[in-house]
Design a binder for this molecule. Sequence first.
Ligand code: BG6
Length: 521
Amino acid sequence: MTGAGTTAVTGGTAAMESAADVRLTRAAPPAVIVIFGATGDLTQRKLVPGLYNLATQQLLPPETAIIGVARRDISDDDFRAHLRAGVEAHGRFPIDEDVWEGFAGRLRYLSAPFDDRHGFERLREMIEEEDAQRGTRGNRLFYLATSPEFFPVIAESIGAVGLAEEGDDTGRFARLVVEKPFGHDLASARALNTRLGAVFRERQVYRIDHYLGKETVQNLLVLRFGNAIFEPIWNRRYVDHVQITVSEELGVGTRGGYYDTSGALLDIVQNHMLQVLSIVAMEPPARFESRDVRDEKVKVLRAIPAFDAASVARDAVRGQYGPGWIAGDRVPGYREEKGVDPGSNTDTFVAMRVMIDNWRWSGTPFYLRTGKRLPRRATEVAIQFKQAPHLPFATSAVESGAPNLLILRIQPDEGASLRFLAKVPGPQIDLRVVSMDFTYGNSFLRSSPEAYERLLLDALLGDSTLFARWDEVERAWEIMQGLIDEWSSRPGPYPNYEAGSWGPAEADELMSRDDRGWRRL
Ligand code: BG6
């Protein structure tokens, strides 16, 4: 959209303020947190900085213990030093030596193979020691941050040494947080769920999708259900279409090995994007509670037809980047990245049209696109409304055809903008698109919790609202399975977009066929 003037909206609404704060006003109960995959990237960059952020805000009680488990043989002190570097680089707050000293004192490390019974017996002893010395009340939170092939065996080992049991009468909990990917297709996701389910009950399993922990994604719920003005127009009668974009400038970096087994469809679309879509499209829940919210989200997923050969050909586009330029630097193509098969058939870009067959959305397309090595990092939801039925100013109108647009910026520059037409000052009636903006930075003079920080706290509190329930995950796989089958059975026309471009030409054709275009970000 060009020529957008800006009208700032200052001061957040009370509703937004309270929704953002409500969980963080509750401190976690004492517990032993066990992180499997403790020497990995996720632990160093996200999990431990998230826990440290909680400690800084006094939301992690002193009775908490954190035990890292991995195969590498390192000392407790090396482990602490490795994590401190992660907190320094990725924490939300600068290190406070007193807080760090207390926090580091709770960190212990256990080197054990994930299928080694003796190792898990040693883990049980360590947990019992922490229970006795620190008073963690028998509460345990297990976090699976390993490579996914270890998820079932770790869960089974936890069960085998009796650590998965909860004390129904004492309130003592044992919870399992499972990172993505939850399977690599429908069959493997079902098999994984069955194996986890043999040890843990559904209410003990927290399937993490860090997009749900983002403030801006939660704000979507507040915007929709905390305000009266949006709901009446949030449907097929007023919305022309919705665009959801997750665009990344980065390539696969050091994660080539993992990414080449996944691709954009499984890495982003099947989980993060379908979760965001279900929040945008869901019916209002009666209460902001786990069961109510997740019931409504899964109904949306059930209303999306599963892909078949015809809809794949018509509604989905895949891409893989070749060499190109990003911010003035020459970057290699995907197939030249470290850890990637030089003949790889993996998608690094996906665009698709999704229909939701229910009363609210019938006939209103949702367009999704995501890719690596696109020109800029931007995640947003754009609701494009239908055009005004009749404009009485035709003769001298400028931009008269511009529809109203509500843009929800998930990152960066978190906030929302409403675009509408205004009169350009002057003797004639010229119209120009202007923008009314809300930015988190201006409205709330504090930084938002990181997604992992929020979700770790929720898991400790036993609040699963922002975690994916099995029926959601299963339905998301059901929707995508036909697409996975089609794409894996035929080589893609790769590479088909240059790094630094907005993806393959077919993605534009997908939109132009419907007389629409992608938003320029
Ligand atoms: C992860 C994907 O789940 O999400 C990554 O595995 C991706 O490939 C990341 O880069 C994006 O997360 P965010 O929070 O930076 O949007």
